[in-house]
Design a protein around this ligand. Sequence first.
Ligand code: ADP
Ligand code: MG
Length: 485
Amino acid sequence: MVPRTDMDFETAIGLEVHVQLRTKSKAFSRSRCSFGEEPNRATDPVVLGLPGALPVLNGEAIRQIVRAGMLFDCTIAELCHWDRKNYFYPDSPKNYQITQQEKPICRGGAVEIELPGPARNVQGAHRKVRLNRIHLEEDVGKLSHGGSRSLVDFNRAGVPLAEIVSEPDLQGAEEVAAFLNAIRTYLSYAAISDCDMEKGQMRCDVNVSLKPKGDGPLGTRVEYKNLNSISGVRNAICHEIDRQSRILSAGGKISQETRRWDAKGNTSEGMRAKEMAHDYCYFPEPDIPPLRLSESELRPIRESLPERPFDRQRRFQESYGLPYTLTSVLCPSRPLADFFEAAAAGGADPKSVANLIANDLLREMALAGEEDFRIRPEELGELAKAIGAGRVPKQRAQDALAEAYRKRTGLSEFLENLPAPEDREDGAGQLKELCQRAIGACPKAVAEFRAGKSSAINAIKGFAMKESRGKVDPALLDKILRELL
Ligand code: ADP
Ligand code: MG
């Protein structure tokens, strides 16, 4: 057999992303969702699985997961139900997890991602990654192991999670990072989830397989569970592609298994053969009735959705004429994109507004380590206008913006002290009138000038100068006179 190299394989990656939905209370009980609280305070009999306690569906969690499904163009099921996933582990006091196996609430759909690579900085190449489903399930408790003891904290148990399952469409670590970033941007835009990985609000299982290039079925996959940082995901994928291609190149076979990623050692170890659905003895959850959603319930949910971030980015390019690089700074953050639109609404040049935000305001915010804009968008718009009208040199405007940010003074005083635009416009109008009078008063000089004697213009200028008692700017006077003549 001819040995294969890395280049002979195609990678297929599918993700199961768990995101914590933004709700006040848990998926199936009134217990609060909180973070950083003393262990085992945010629980109740339902969460602890005490005898006789019955779960009740949280309407807000349903609303949020339906919104997620709509953002990603999923089909929302008319009828869905919940299942019990049975397993014994100390992180779950009930010995089962309530999830959706048979009839998830959202099916199909796709996540638009920005392709990695050099094309990104020019105009942004995008493509869609197909989703298989999104379903609503509950989180489990958190175990901490130390010395001879293990501790469990149920504060997180029962917190509503959306599990977003992709098709195996992703081809490498950078695409996976783009996929996770897109999910995070979309869900935080719509306030569905904060997707804060540091708080465990976004975690994923990564499935990787390799197959020889060309048509043919996907290879055997290996799963990594519960990765909780983008760098962890990236490293685990690169490692796994490398590991599988070595085995396959040597003529070996991949066994379908779950492996554990060791971030410190930058390596992995086999944990167990992959579990199958029948290992969990799924059956319909008898304590929660099936859910039927009507169009009249879905309509207001659909109307509550914001414009999608990538759609907004395209609109910023088309209607404001902004270059891709600026839109990709402004659009991923909803507050920033809103700030830009409010600033541009006053009629300033959009590109000048965008540059003040992207270069000056963001730099000051980064230096201060703050999310607060401190400057009102209308003022920033006025500043851009003042630059455009030549009332203030650009550099001075930028300095004023930085100073107003640092001193938290706002820009109104600075703007008030600039030469008023009205004066200038009126001035220009008056000057034009004066020139017209001078032209009327000097018919001979006008005729000579028009016949080609350029010095004849001096007589007309002299008249205007005398009329204004020497107050007009000679250069401006010359310009307007020549235009009129
Ligand atoms: P399970 O729930 O048992 O883990 P699923 O069939 O629901 O299995 O798939 C889970 C994830 O694994 C999905 O994201 C899917 O895209 C991905 N996946 C399935 N087969 C492959 C494969 N051969 N290579 C890579 N990813 C795969
Ligand atoms: Mg899985």
